[in-house]
Design a binder for this molecule. Sequence first.
Ligand SMILES: NC(=O)c1ccc[n+]([C@@H]2O[C@H](COP(=O)([O-])OP(=O)(O)OC[C@H]3O[C@@H](n4cnc5c(N)ncnc54)[C@H](OP(=O)(O)O)[C@@H]3O)[C@@H](O)[C@H]2O)c1
Length: 299
Amino acid sequence: MTKPGSQKIAIIGADGQLGSDLVPALKGHEVVPLFWPAFDIVKADDAAGVLRRIRPDVVINTAAFHRVDECEDRADLAFAVNAFAVRDLARTCRALGAVLIHFSTDFVFDGEKGFPYLEEDCPGPLSVYAASKLAGEHFVRAYADRAFVIRTCGLFGRAGCLEKGRNFVETMLFLQASGRKEIRVVCDQIVTPTPTEELAARVAALIGTEAYGLYHMTSEGSCSWFEFARAIFELSCGDPSIVIPVDTAAYGAKARRPAYSVLENGRMRKIGLAPFSLWRESLAAYLKDKAGEKILKPR
Ligand SMILES: NC(=O)c1ccc[n+]([C@@H]2O[C@H](COP(=O)([O-])OP(=O)(O)OC[C@H]3O[C@@H](n4cnc5c(N)ncnc54)[C@H](OP(=O)(O)O)[C@@H]3O)[C@@H](O)[C@H]2O)c1
C-alpha cells in the first residue's frame, strides 16, 4: 500500500549515475527500481508488461545510449534507445495514466547563440546523439499527456556514469592516478557541470506538481571542459598543470558538439524551485565527500 501523499514511482536505470541519486531523493515515496538488462526499454512489449504489473503513478526514465562519438556509427541503436523506446514508454504511460519524467541534453542546441539557452530557444542538433535525444523529446510531447522533459548537462554523481564507464571527474582523477604526465582537455566548449544529487532533489520537488513541460536544469555558472578539469585538480590538491588545453579541431572527436551549450533554468525558476549551487561549489562538495569516504573505508 502506498502511504497517503506518496506516489508509486518506477525508476528506469536505477543503478545509473542519476538513478542512484534519485532513489534516496524519493525516499518518501514507494520506489520501484528497474535495472537493465532485466528491464530493457527497447523491448517495448516486455517493458509495457512490467509497468502494467507495477501500475506506477510516475515513471522516471534515465536510460540512454549516450556515448556521443559511438552514436555516429550506431544511429540505429541511438534512435532505438533515445527516441523509439521513449515513444513506446510515453504511450505506455499515457495508457496507464502515469506521469513520465524523461531526461534530455544541452546537446540539442547548435551552440551558436553565445549566451544561455532558454527552453523556448530553437534546437539545432549537431550529432546523431543530439538528434536522437531531440526526437525522444518530441515523442514525449506527442504521446504523453502528463510529462516532464528535463534537459541537463555535464552530470557528475557518486555512482559514476555507467554508460560511459566513469564520469568526467572520475576520469580526470583516474588518469592522474594512473601516472599520466599530461591530460589534453578541450578548451573551446562551454558547458555547466551539474551534480546528480542536486538534480535529483529538483526532480523530487517536481513530483506531485502539475507543472508539466520542458525544463532546463543545470548548476549555476559555466566553464570550458579545460577549466572544469583544472578545478578538479585545484580542489583535490592535485597539480592542475597536468591539464593541457586543446581546441575541438585538434582534439578530433568523431561527433560534432556545440561550442556553447549553457542552459538558463528559466522555467524552473518561474515555478519556484530552489536554484542550483554554482558548479564549482558543488564540485568542491563532491570531492570533499569522496575524500571523507576514502578515510572512512576500512583498510
Ligand atoms: N551524463 C551526462 O553528462 C549527461 C548530460 C546530459 C544529459 N544526460 C542525460 O541524463 C540521463 C541520465 O544520464 P546518466 O549519466 O545517469 O546515465 P547512466 O549512468 O549511463 O545511466 C543510465 C541507466 O540506464 C540504463 N540503461 C541503458 N540502456 C537501457 C535500456 N535500453 N533499458 C533500460 N535501462 C537502460 C543503464 O544501465 P547499464 O549501464 O547497465 O546499461 C543505467 O543504469 C540520460 O538520459 C542522459 O542522456 C546525461
